[in-house]
Design a binder for this molecule. Structure first.
Ligand code: ZN
Length: 251
């Protein structure tokens, strides 16, 4: 059983027996992997590995097994600003929770790995008021698109009208937006203002936009995007990470 050297993002850390961990990883070489890292905890029980770390390790894949063996783990990046800031780490945890709930198969996904690495870099380095909500919104939209459930914000799902620059309403079950004429309910909770639509479509920069967005609207749009992903990935469990984030950013 020849090991594979791969980079991996630590999504979840569980202490295991006396001195080991079970890690949930997103690896560059094999996609989602669960593995045992033996003998990694010190006598004092201090945790050497944490959620969010970018590592490089040896992966010993066991055929037909769910739990693989991990060795020679090195931390490449521990993202100190994210560890030190509640909002940053809460946004990261919302993303991780969705990834853990939506990816099951062990399959190489190098483009997803690169996407997660960029996401962690953005969470670490962008101004905090951009990390929430804008980096999170981009994550929802890009992740959904990469997984085959893109939310097209620029075309009405009913009549095909171009909705760019106009008010639109998210229709979660149809996986798109409806124009002002087609939207039957015009529920304020589903409404996307033209400014917000441009922002979500990546047509205006994130920085500087926060001043025009109320905290309530930020939470409402976050809920719409989370709802889109949860519906299309068929996730029923409550989102604890999202609840926690709402508490952290709520005024
Ligand atoms: Zn329409």
């Amino acid at each position: 059983m020849a090991p594979t050297k791969t980079r991996a993002v630590v999504l979840k850390v569980l202490p295991y027996r006396e001195s080991s961990y079970i890690l949930h990883l997103f690896t560059e070489s094999h996609g989602m992997v669960h593995g045992v890292a033996r003998g990694m905890r010190t006598a004092r029980g201090q945790r050497f590995l944490e959620r969010g770390f970018l590592t490089e390790l040896l992966l010993y894949v066991k055929a037909h097994r769910d739990l693989h063996t991990l060795g020679s783990i090195q931390v490449l990046q521990f993202w100190p600003a994210t560890r030190a800031a509640l909002v940053r780490s809460a946004v990261r945890d919302v993303a991780f929770e969705l990834v853990l709930a939506s990816i099951r198969v062990t399959d190489p996904h190098p483009e997803l790995f690169a996407f997660f690495e960029d996401l962690l870099g953005d969470i670490e380095t962008r101004p905090e008021r951009a990390v929430y909500p804008f980096v999170l919104w981009r994550f929802y939209l890009q992740y959904a698109a990469m997984m085959g459930f893109g939310l097209d914000l620029e075309r009405c799902v009913q009549c095909g009208t171009d909705t760019a620059g106009r008010v639109a309403y998210v229709n979660t079950t149809r996986g798109g937006v409806e124009c002002d004429r087609c939207a039957r309910t015009r529920a304020p909770s589903n409404r996307i203002e033209p400014d917000t639509g441009r922002l979500l479509a990546g047509k205006t920069g994130m920085e500087g936009a926060r001043g025009r967005l109320s905290g309530e609207d930020a939470q409402r749009i976050t809920g719409l995007l989370a709802g889109h992903c949860r519906y299309h990935f068929d996730i029923r469990a409550e989102s604890k990470a999202l609840e926690f984030l709402a508490g952290v950013v709520g005024e």
